[in-house]
Design a binder for this molecule. Structure first.
Ligand code: GCB
Length: 613
């Protein structure tokens, strides 16, 4: 008997592991046949995770007969004697996508488990088509169940994932249940401590994507980094009969029509010589319609072609020096409190960046929603994308590394065809140690292997040069790995006052482009006083003036992304009447009002073009 129980347990665990294997990420879901599952979802708040564990604290989803206590079964009492202690349909509902904190006052500070349920009918267009459920992002851990069966577990709050549901779907009464847990964890990525709000929930769109039995799964269509007259890439096809498939790649405006055939693995690589490409740039964000067709299955995209590389201390976009006039942005809505997720949110944030005179945005401190990078492609804004390896990560933990690498790979996979994206950032302000250096180097190697066409960076920190407090340098060993030497510095805010900037000298020895990924000061919009008084708009504006003068002394200075475009929610900022729960370093208040420093940076950026070396 004992043996049988053991066998069943092993079987269940194996089954669980198998289920947990994710389906390869579907890219470009905007242009695939899809049905939105956005809207109102019923939810149950479950701080003790009663719907997940039985009273012996064993997970229901690893039990052979979980019983009706398991929330993923979406059970209903069968009759008057039947005991079921929850009911999704009678529970409250909330909007998906969105975070829960900004939807219910009761959930504002909540960190824990919330169960979501959506019921729907679905009819496939063709019998042998396949269907996937796709999530733009769920913060932080999602356990996903469809019609009572576990699809898998996804970890990481800012990256997309999908599961195939072809064999589970019915025409009527499907139910999708997601257990969302946003508890912070020491071993998590990010970890326990961050300077931003831990918004929980299904924070980005959910949809069903329908494909043919064999379908175009992935593709890269990019310029060869060392030959701007060569378009290179691959197409992969997924399905039982993926080999020997006829694939056509068309870029009508360039007269490109390439016929290809997939190999045994369902993959085909190509190279296309092309002399008359109009390059994507910040002044001319030219995108080409690209069509990929595989025996009737068609997928479209809009792709720009450009090169990016560094040469000594310069960054060259299409072989021309570019100064990065940037701003850092958190993913918060400019129209309402909470996470940003709509196209309108992205339009407003990026229009503000444009108004500021930017040609570059740093999407901090985690991958933002896909609207941002697609719009940046259209608007001619260069993009820095960042992995949420922030502050004090659990460097020696193998699972933590795997988690960080997985998040990085996923964002690269999602955005590898976006011309706007030029930098993958590995981390932000991480403390130098042997274990951290190994961790970050491995990440950088993975990024370079996956995508040799883009630059690598990380927001590092400055330190005193040869123990002289007023002479600053970058002595981090990770500086040897990055293409762009970026660091955050807060002279005049966390150390001294804006005058201090006048006393600082920089000795930066690396022959690399230097990029200041952060500087800034807190100011309450509408609070005025003299420039020596903290929290006034005048102090912030003065700090911007002095900092920009100071940074301009750095010989290799090639751009900056000050902290930050808009005030954002943070649990670290309780000061009454000034912060009230907001980090006030924005150039714009949370209700959309510009502070004085906005014009200081705007003037600097407008002049920058004139002063170009
Ligand atoms: C930093 C962090 C950023 C913080 C900022 C601040 O260096 O990278 O996440 O929000 O400072 O306001 O202190």
């Amino acid at each position: 008997m004992k043996k049988l129980t053991l066998f069943l347990a092993v079987l269940l665990i194996c089954n669980h592991v198998l289920l947990a294997q994710k389906t390869a990420l579907l890219i470009n879901t905007y242009n695939r046949s899809s049905t939105s599952l956005n809207g109102q979802w019923n939810y149950i708040v479950d701080p003790y995770e009663n719907g997940y564990y039985n009273y012996r604290y064993e997970p229901f989803d690893q039990q052979e007969n979980p019983g009706k206590g398991a929330y993923f079964l979406n059970a209903k009492a069968d009759g008057p004697t039947d005991l079921v202690e929850y009911n999704f349909d009678k529970s409250e509902s909330m909007a998906v996508p969105s975070d829960w904190n900004s939807q219910s006052e009761k959930l504002f500070y909540y960190e824990g488990t919330v169960w979501y349920k959506k019921s729907f009918d679905y009819k496939k267009q063709l019998d042998d088509n396949r269907v996937f459920v796709y999530f733009g992002a769920v913060n932080y851990q999602a356990d996903v169940y469809m019609n009572g069966k576990k699809l898998g577990t996804h970890i990481g709050g800012f990256t997309p994932f999908n599961y195939e549901v072809t064999n589970l779907l019915k025409e009527k009464d499907n139910f999708l249940v997601v257990k969302v847990d946003n508890k912070r964890k020491k071993e998590g990525v990010p970890t326990l401590n961050t300077d931003w709000w831990n918004y929980g929930g299904i924070t980005r769109e959910v949809k069903l994507v329908e494909t043919g039995a064999t379908y175009i799964a992935d593709y890269v269509v990019q310029l060869d980094p060392s030959n701007a007259k060569l378009i290179k890439g691959f197409v992969t096809v997924n399905g039982k009969e993926a080999s020997d498939k006829n694939v056509e790649l068309r870029i009508p405006e360039l007269g490109i029509h390439k016929k290809l055939k997939t190999d045994k693995e369902g993959k085909v690589s190509f190279e296309i010589k092309q002399n008359r490409i109009e390059y994507w740039s910040t002044n001319n964000p030219k995108l080409y319609d690209v069509e990929i067709e595989m025996e009737g299955d068609k997928l479209k995209d809009q792709i720009g072609f450009r090169t990016i590389r560094t040469k000594g201390s310069y960054i060259l976009l299409n072989e021309e020096q570019v100064f990065l006039k940037g701003i850092s942005i958190h993913e918060e809505s400019p129209f309402r409190e909470g996470r940003a997720y709509t196209k309108e949110d992205a339009v407003q944030l990026l229009e503000w960046a444009k108004e500021l005179g930017c040609n570059f945005v740093r999407l901090a401190h985690y991958p933002h929603n896909e609207h941002m990078v697609r719009l940046a492609d259209q608007m001619g804004l260069l993009v820095w994308e960042e992995n949420p390896v922030y502050w004090t990560i659990d460097w020696e933990n193998a699972a933590t590394y795997e988690n960080a690498e997985n998040q990085l790979k996923t964002v690269i996979s999602r955005d590898k065809n976006r011309a706007s994206v030029i930098i993958w950032s590995m981390a932000n302000e991480t403390p130098n140690s042997e274990a951290r250096n190994i961790f970050l180097k491995r990440l950088a190697k993975t990024a370079k292997q996956m995508d040799p066409t883009r630059l690598i960076s990380a927001a590092l920190e400055q330190s005193a040069y040869q123990d002289k407090p007023n002479v600053k340098t970058i002595s981090d060993p990770f500086a040897d790995v990055v293409d762009v030497l970026s660091f955050n510095q807060y002279i005049g805010w966390y150390g001294g006052t804006p005058e201090t900037c006048k006393e600082i000298q920089w000795v930066i020895e690396q022959d690399k482009p230097v990029f200041i990924s952060e500087f800034g000061a807190g100011a309450k919009q509408g609070l005025h006083g003299d420039k020596g008084t903290r929290w006034t708009e005048e102090y912030q504006a003065y700090l911007y003036e002095e900092t920009l003068k100071m940074l301009s002394q750095i010989e290799q200075f090639q751009g900056c992304s000050p902290w930050i475009l808009v005030d954002f929610r943070s649990p670290r900022r309780p000061l009454p009447e000034i912060q009230d729960g907001w980090n006030r370093k924005g150039l714009i208040s949370e209700d959309g009002k510009k502070k004085q420093a906005f014009s200081v940076l705007q003037a600097f950026y407008n002049n920058q073009g004139l002063q170009k070396k």
